[in-house]
Design a protein around this ligand. Sequence first.
Ligand SMILES: *[C@@H]1O[C@H](CO)[C@@H](O)[C@H](O)[C@H]1NC(C)=O
Ligand SMILES: *[C@@H]1O[C@H](CO)[C@@H](O)[C@H](O)[C@H]1NC(C)=O
Ligand SMILES: *[C@@H]1O[C@H](CO)[C@@H](O)[C@H](O)[C@H]1NC(C)=O
Ligand SMILES: *[C@@H]1O[C@H](CO)[C@@H](O)[C@H](O)[C@H]1NC(C)=O
Ligand SMILES: *[C@@H]1O[C@H](CO)[C@@H](O)[C@H](O)[C@H]1NC(C)=O
Ligand SMILES: [Ca+2]
Ligand SMILES: [Ca+2]
Length: 208
Amino acid sequence: NIILLINSALQCICLNGCFFLIYFLKLKESTRNQSLISFKSINITEVLIALFNSLFTAQTCNLSVDGWIACHGKLYLFNSDKMNWSSSRASCVSKGADLVTITSQTEQDFLVSKIKQTQWIGLSDLETEGHWVWVNNQTLNETGVQFWFSEGPTEPDNWKKQDPSGEDCASLGDSNGNFQSWFDASCKKKKKFICEKKLLSTSIFGNN
Ligand SMILES: *[C@@H]1O[C@H](CO)[C@@H](O)[C@H](O)[C@H]1NC(C)=O
Ligand SMILES: *[C@@H]1O[C@H](CO)[C@@H](O)[C@H](O)[C@H]1NC(C)=O
Ligand SMILES: *[C@@H]1O[C@H](CO)[C@@H](O)[C@H](O)[C@H]1NC(C)=O
Ligand SMILES: *[C@@H]1O[C@H](CO)[C@@H](O)[C@H](O)[C@H]1NC(C)=O
Ligand SMILES: *[C@@H]1O[C@H](CO)[C@@H](O)[C@H](O)[C@H]1NC(C)=O
Ligand SMILES: [Ca+2]
Ligand SMILES: [Ca+2]
């Protein structure tokens, strides 16, 4: 895990215009000039913080860590296996993650830019029909953003023609190429899915 992290940090440094190299060169230069900063004063904690900051603030959001894409302090995995919603969630959990929660326009735009097919997200109304809850138990009111399909027949519609038990799981995109919006679908359907985990909690302080 640490090696992956260092790898991604190095990748990040390069993509960020080698700010770090500059940082070190400046440091060396100032040592030569006998300024206040001496080589002794390098604080490894601060160096690490700077590394991770550069990883977080990466604007490209396409830095890959062992298949996971780093973006604003989170890691996303776009799974190409197709599973039903609960198996998709279990697969994410087995990787120390969970299905993705979408909590901002920025996050929605990032995910939309990455997909070419419908994907399960971590939103369902399995417990109470019509009451949509994220896998972290946050409601749509709490997160303050929602991107249900609203052109033509609006979603969620709990459509019962295919599955009489209705539609209790949410996907980003449908099979008709509407990747900008959310749709409710039968939880039994097999779809690709997106996992999400926090970068810091798993990589630095993590249990694995
Ligand atoms: C290194 O930097 C951290 C964060 O700024 C600080 O808490 C810590 O005391 C510093 N350590 C040393 C040895 O200066
Ligand atoms: C990252 O994404 C940007 C725009 O989406 C693209 O121009 C760039 O080539 C990508 N970089 C890598 C390393 O994939
Ligand atoms: C969400 O709620 C369920 C049941 O109420 C609980 O088992 C679970 O631990 C909660 N999850 C989180 C992330 O709080
Ligand atoms: C969300 O907020 C709206 C408007 O404030 C309210 O009518 C609705 O009952 C709330 N829904 C939930 C699930 O709390
Ligand atoms: C999801 O798929 C798993 C594995 O194939 C199966 O055991 C489970 O019953 C399915 N659940 C639903 C709701 O379709
Ligand atoms: Ca439903
Ligand atoms: Ca629907």
